[in-house]
Design a protein around this ligand. Structure first.
Ligand code: HEM
Length: 402
């Protein structure tokens, strides 16, 4: 029997995440849409092909609001004060909230942060020892986005480490240690309420101070929406960026010919980052929708209230869309990856994520001409989460091999 003729098994398994693409591709070849269940037991449709994934992203018959879900969402439920966010909303609420934050993330605003991102990257890399193995997740990929998003939003240094460990407890409960998701949510909610109170009494020109001002000036933003927006920006702005930087470096180290091309022509770094988004997506299944009505996707009959997951990582290897989809090509120009989504929910932080990944990867390559993995590829530890694909640690050596 063909090993994939059973429904796709979605699993929170770090070992599966080490090399999930053969399975994703088999699922895509087998059917445009599969019926399966998530690890927490929610029934879902899994959409595997590029054309269907892209059109689903602009299909107004698909909603983001959990209230549309018929089976209910069985994953960990957030309290309303953290859940009233853009990724749980349709227009007109989505339009109103997105307008309030979008000016903080314009391409021009983010471009003005270039020097700061380079400076933080340089400081982090200055601290890397030159004589032994170093974990580039702990040394660079994790702290960089936390510092940048913390500065942008207005989270003081002393709270950032707590935020990181509670966010981890929420996102990967099985690997994060003793804090349960419920406790992590309580801590995060307390942290955000305290932060908002501080920004209310002492505004400091950061995004959170701006949002508190909007909240207090009228009825454009409720208190729950304010807390939830801050929560979303912190969480969305942190986790995926860590993985993009880590996946980018490890992918290049596994493709020496492409790495060499990039070293010879660093102006290719932006294209290389787009190719990593396609080839080693940090968010293989990040996109979830609920059907508002009965309709068909890729020949499957979806019912009102059903949950649909868009399998980006399978779509990104679809030969109907990409030439040589399983090859990493850092000069790929026609790269229509959907890693930042598409349509009205297109990632608000995409320019910031790109800026950080380009700076981090570019700087690592310039600084460390002898960079190589310090462990075998099959010893790399991947996060035990089916939603995100990222490394727990990335041990590298920076000295010439003897
Ligand atoms: C939305 C991916 C970084 C903030 C999204 C969506 C994707 C995505 C796929 C659309 C989800 C959907 O349609 O259901 C990523 C990836 C990142 C990244 C792969 C890093 C590599 C960031 C950063 C920020 C951010 C740095 C903020 C600082 C947001 C927000 C939304 C969003 C607020 C919701 C937009 C809306 O609903 O209108 N992101 N993101 N993201 N992202 Fe990102």
């Amino acid at each position: 029997m063909d090993m994939w003729s059973a429904p796709p098994r979605l699993t929170n398994d770090g070992a599966f995440m080490a090399d999930p693409v053969p399975a994703y591709s088999a699922w895509r070849r087998e059917a445009a849409v599969h019926r399966t269940t998530t690890p927490d037991g929610s029934p879902v449709w899994l959409v595997t092909r590029y054309g269907d994934v892209r059109s689903a992203l602009t299909d107004s018959r698909l909603s983001l609001a959990k209230s549309v879900s018929r089976v209910g969402y069985r994953g960990f439920a957030l309290p309303p004060a953290l859940d009233a966010n853009l990724l749980n909303m349709d227009p007109p609420d989505h339009t109103r909230l997105r307008r309030l934050v979008s000016k903080a993330f314009t391409a021009r605003k983010i471009e003005s942060m270039r020097q700061q991102v380079q400076h933080v990257t340089d400081q982090l890399l200055d601290a890397v020892p030159t004589d032994g193995p170093v974990d580039l997740i702990a040394a660079l990929a994790a702290p960089l986005p936390m510092i940048i998003i913390g500065d942008l939003l207005g989270v003081p240094d002393r709270d950032r480490e707590n935020f990181r460990s509670w966010a981890n407890a929420l996102l990967v409960p099985n690997q994060a240690g003793p804090v349960t998701p419920a406790r992590a949510v309580d801590h995060l909610q307390d942290l955000l309420s305290t932060l908002i109170a501080t920004h209310r009494t002492s505004p400091d020109g950061t995004l959170l101070s701006d949002l508190v001002r909007v909240r207090d000036a009228g009825d454009e933003l409720s208190e729950d929406e304010l807390t939830s927006l801050a929560f979303l920006i912190l969480l969305a702005g942190y986790e995926t960026t860590v993985h993009l930087i880590g996946n980018g470096i490890v992918t290049l180290l596994q493709h020496p010919r492409e790495l060499d091309r990039l070293r010879r022509d660093p102006s290719l770094v932006p294209l290389a980052v787009e190719e990593v988004m396609r080839f080693a997506a940090p968010n293989p299944y990040a996109i979830r929708r609920f059907a508002r009505q009965d309709f068909a996707i890729g020949g499957a009959q979806i019912r009102a209230g059903d949950t649909v997951l868009l399998l980006l990582a399978a779509a990104h290897r679809d030969p109907d869309r990409f030439t040589n989809p399983d090859e990493l090509d850092i000069t790929r120009i026609d790269n229509g990856h959907l890693g930042f989504g598409h349509g009205i929910h297109y990632c608000l932080g995409a320019p910031l994520a790109r800026l950080q990944a380009q700076t981090a990867i570019g700087s690592v390559l310039t600084r460390f001409p002898h960079l190589r993995l310090a462990v075998a590829v099959d010893e790399l530890q991947w996060r035990a989460s089916f939603r995100s694909r990222g490394l727990l640690a990335l041990a590298v050596t920076t000295t010439p091999s003897r």
